[in-house]
Design a binder for this molecule. Structure first.
Ligand code: SF4
Length: 335
């Protein structure tokens, strides 16, 4: 690979993104966590607000969990932020608030895998560690004409070793960012811009007119579907919410909901538990929310609480409702 040409392309053409203006490991870490499964444009305003509020790992470690969840509401995949909070506490306690500087220490932090550790080590510390994400897999599969299934761990590992061999010949900070940027701007899944690509001269896919054939990715299993009856339960003080304890969206608030396709079944079940509702409105549409591995379909009913209450329900007023972290799946339900 012509690494010099790739790096020169990056230096000249990269976007001026706020999180790329810094080489602080803390900034690289926060941005990489936010960028997992989330578009750059979505991350930018969150990153800027987050850095103002939590400028160092100490402020992050000292943050109240619920406050932190509220600050990242809208980014989804909240487990990553719970891990980030745990890692910040660990850095505060075990490293005196200073971000660890060896790969072995970094990869032991909660929520940091091989990719994020590689990104932090190469971008912040200038050490040659491969950071192989979906963008880099696409660029390398096409460039090398690698037709192995990249859903299989063994095949990804092989590609990771190739990426490692390239970064060892490169300026690690520039190389990692150049590969990410090339994948985002030029070697895109669709509308690939091979004519302006610094790698086009030796790219197997381009030279053989096979760009769309790579990367090879076997079909994912279908997502699991859940049908819920979702209840907006009012009383004179406000609305009832429940704090989630499930792994998905743990710690976020939601409207009480029950896996069922029938409001009557839910009312009967609640009655058995001593709760009487007066349902007065059904929302016209079925709300849908797609997660990585599941899809929720939600039929939404508004009701007045006549008597009883489940112990996990909390009543919140309009002010609290705005303050609490709430899953977007429910935040988008309009009362
Ligand atoms: S030439 Fe095209 S397919 Fe090859 S790496 Fe560049 S953008 Fe990707």
């Amino acid at each position: 690979m012509n690494i010099q040409k790739l790096e020169a392309w990056y230096v000249k053409n990269h976007r001026k993104l706020s999180f790329r203006e810094s080489n602080r490991p803390y900034d690289i870490w926060v941005s990489e966590v936010m960028l997992q499964q989330t578009q750059v444009e979505t991350v930018l305003p969150f990153f800027e607000r987050f850095m103002k509020k939590y400028p160092t790992v100490i402020e992050l470690a000292d943050a109240k969990e619920e406050r932190l969840q509220k600050d990242v509401e809208g980014l989804g995949y909240y487990r990553r932020f719970r891990n980030m909070h745990l890692a910040a506490k660990m850095i505060k306690d075990e490293y005196d608030g200073k971000f660890p500087s060896t790969y072995e220490e970094v990869i032991k932090l909660p929520g940091i895998g091989k990719y994020t550790a590689g990104a932090i080590m190469s971008i912040a510390y200038q050490k040659p560690y491969s950071a192989l994400d979906g963008n880099v897999i696409r660029v390398l599969s096409r460039y090398l004409g690698n037709d192995k299934d990249m859903r299989i761990e063994r095949n990804k590992k092989e590609l990771d070793q190739i990426n490692q061999s390239y970064i060892e010949q490169a300026n690690p900070n520039v190389y990692t960012q150049a590969m990410m940027e090339l994948g985002a701007l030029v070697c895109r899944p669709k509308n690939t811009k091979c004519e302006i690509c610094p790698l086009n001269e030796h790219c197997f896919a381009y030279q053989n007119d096979l760009v769309d054939a790579y990367p090879v990715l076997s079909k994912l299993n279908d997502k699991k579907e859940f049908h819920y009856i979702t209840l907006l339960i009012h009383n004179e003080h406000g609305l009832f919410l429940r704090k989630r304890d499930e792994e998905l969206l743990k710690g976020m608030y939601e409207y009480p909901q029950f896996e069922s396709e029938s409001i009557n079944t839910v009312m009967d079940m609640l009655e058995d538990r001593g709760v009487i509702l007066d349902v007065f409105y059904k929302h016209d549409k079925t709300y849908k929310h797609v997660f990585t591995h599941q899809v929720w379909y939600m039929d939404v009913y508004e009701a007045k609480l006549v008597s009883g209450k489940l112990k996990e329900w909390v009543c919140v007023d309009a002010h609290q409702f705005k303050q609490l972290p709430m899953a977007i799946a429910h935040r988008k339900i309009k009362k």
